[in-house]
Write a new protein. Structure first.
Length: 193
């Protein structure tokens, strides 16, 4: 009996030596779901005549662009006026044309014929090298589509007002080249004040 009291007393003494803390995690107030833009579906591989081609947005392409995203990551938030640097990992040297647009406001711009080398490229300027890429309104989600071609495309006035017309423009820019020489990829950023 003495042993039981002695063990109970020791247990009581030792338990008071180690304080116990309760972690309280606040619950979010009215959490708002983050609207994610619908990504381009991953290209579906098709083997034709022993060559693997991919179909993305109804356009046949090759896997030349391995990675395309901002250095801060896909979907990162940038403030108005902040410098934008894009990573483009490509299999062959060629040219990228960037189609930049805000789907909700149909605001768009085109940067043509940015030279790239095989491997990782950091794109921070337009094709002339004189203008840095910077974030500007409209606010919200801005999508950036990179079109790879082996040679410079014709400079022109390119406008679109819907996802379908954007895909039509993409096909128009890629169609002069063989399937094995062309590709496109897309990423997005969030623009805030």
């Amino acid at each position: 009996m003495k042993r039981i009291f002695l063990l109970a007393g020791l247990a009581l003494i030792f338990s008071s030596c180690f304080p116990v803390y309760r972690t309280v995690r606040p619950e979010p107030i009215n959490p708002q779901p983050i609207q994610q833009p619908q990504p381009i579906q991953q290209p579906a591989p098709v083997v034709s005549g022993g060559i693997t081609i991919y179909i993305s947005a109804g356009i046949q392409v090759s896997r030349i662009i391995g990675d395309f995203q901002p250095t801060k990551g896909t979907g990162a938030t940038y403030i108005n006026g902040e410098r934008l640097v894009l990573r483009a990992d490509v299999a062959y040297p060629g040219y990228l044309t960037l189609l930049i647009y805000n789907p909700q406001q149909y605001d768009n711009s085109v940067l043509t014929n940015i030279p790239v080398q095989a491997g990782l490229n950091l794109i921070s300027r337009d094709s002339t090298g004189s203008n840095e890429l910077t974030i500007a309104p409209p606010y919200g989600t801005t999508r950036i589509r990179a079109i790879f071609t082996p040679y410079p495309i014709n400079n022109g006035s390119y406008r679109w007002v819907s996802a379908q017309s954007l895909n039509n423009l993409t096909a128009q820019l890629l169609n002069p080249y063989d399937v094995g020489q062309r590709d496109f990829a897309e990423t997005y950023v969030r623009v805030s004040q």
